[in-house]
Write a protein that binds this ligand. Structure first.
Ligand code: NAP
Length: 320
């Protein structure tokens, strides 16, 4: 099979297309023919060697894939050859034509969702769901600010929050991204590159402030987020690329919480709940992943450059 393999950490050029032996399933393994693999920022941190969980080399990147079950080991139950599936974030080696998984890492992919869409779920949608509901305790009727609403996680947050009855304020850095956020259900959109763009939040919330912020770039925004909160408000930190300065009095005066999350910390029962909820939303049309670009597997270096560049909207996926 063809796969992208990394033999030394470094820039995007260390992602090399190689011919490797097909994986052979043990009794409890499933072989998935990958039709699309999702590219996440975490793949770039691990490739560069800057992530807290560095990969063991040589390494085939990627956790998010969608495809068709090709073979199953003798002891496998619950999935069968021909099933359309997507992987959750615990799967590994997605940048390949074939991928070895456990049945527990696979979830049914409804016919209405493309393989590219299916490759957008394992990290982005699961993170969005966990941030909103399991860490953020979002409730219908509340107002949400999704600070960074145009990427893989942000657009998923918008779709999930709308379906759950929240009012959504989303930010984006380009007109194209903000249009997409609006199309996906944001009630109000703001330009996070414009000076004073948060000044209108008080007015948009009738002076009350937002109940919940889902934050994609906490090192830049956390200090200002706290000043936007209603009493009892919460900020959930999903993304941060450095240190932040805050005025801790902003949490005192509002009885506010700052809550972090790392998807890899999600307990198994919470993960099962996440994928049960996503499955329903994908089936009934509430959730539809937005794809920014589909690139051939050989273009993994370009995909890594693009996922870290500002201004894309939705997901970048690789097609083996
Ligand atoms: P992505 O698709 O690259 O999206 C990045 C988002 O950040 C875009 O919406 C971008 O908007 C926005 N952004 C850029 N500048 C911003 C600013 N000044 N203020 C607010 N937002 C800004 O990445 P993703 O997959 O959605 O992931 C988002 C972040 O969460 C990444 O840092 C990723 O590493 C992290 N993450 C963490 C977990 C976890 O377990 N904690 C899981 C998944 C992702 P424009 O491009 O429109 O400017």
């Amino acid at each position: 099979m063809r796969a992208i393999r990394v033999s030394e950490t470094g820039g995007p050029e260390v992602l090399r297309l190689e011919e490797l032996p097909d994986p052979q399933p043990g009794a409890r393994d499933v072989v998935v023919r990958v039709r699309a693999a999702g590219v996440n920022p975490v793949d770039t941190y691990r490739r560069a060697g800057t992530h807290g969980r560095p990969p063991e080399l040589p390494w085939i990147p990627g956790s998010d894939a969608a495809g068709v079950v090709e073979r199953v080991g003798a002891a496998v139950t619950g999935v069968a050859p021909g099933d359309r599936v997507y992987t959750d974030h615990t799967a590994v080696r997605a940048y390949a034509e074939l991928m070895l998984c456990r049945a527990t890492q696979l979830h049914p992919l409804p016919a209405r969702i493309s393989f590219a869409g299916g490759a957008s779920l394992g990290v982005p949608y699961a993170t969005a769901y966990r941030a909103l509901f399991q860490r953020g305790a979002a409730r219908a009727g509340e107002t949400l600010l999704v600070h960074g609403g145009t990427g893989g996680v942000g657009l998923a947050v918008i779709q999930l929050a709308r379906a759950a009855g929240l009012t959504v304020i989303a930010t984006g850095g380009t007109e194209r991204g903000r249009d997409e956020a609006r199309r996906q259900g944001a009630d109000h959109v703001l330009d996070h590159r414009a000076p004073g763009y948060l000044d209108s939040v008080a007015e948009l919330t009738g002076g009350k402030g937002v109940d919940l912020v889902i934050e994609m770039l906490a090192n830049v925004n956390l200090g200002r987020d706290l000043g936007l909160l209603a009493r009892g408000g919460r900020v959930v930190v999903v993304g941060s690329r450095g240190t932040a300065e805050i005025d801790s009095r902003d949490t005192m005066t509002r009885d506010a919480d700052i809550r972090g999350l790392t998807l890899f910390n999600t307990p198994a029962e919470d993960l099962a709940a996440i994928h049960a909820a996503l499955g329903r939303g994908l089936e009934n049309g509430a959730l539809s992943p937005v794809i920014d670009a589909e690139l051939p597997l050989a273009d993994a270096p370009l995909a890594h450059e693009r996922v870290m560049a500002p201004g894309h909207q939705g997901k970048i996926v690789l097609i083996p």
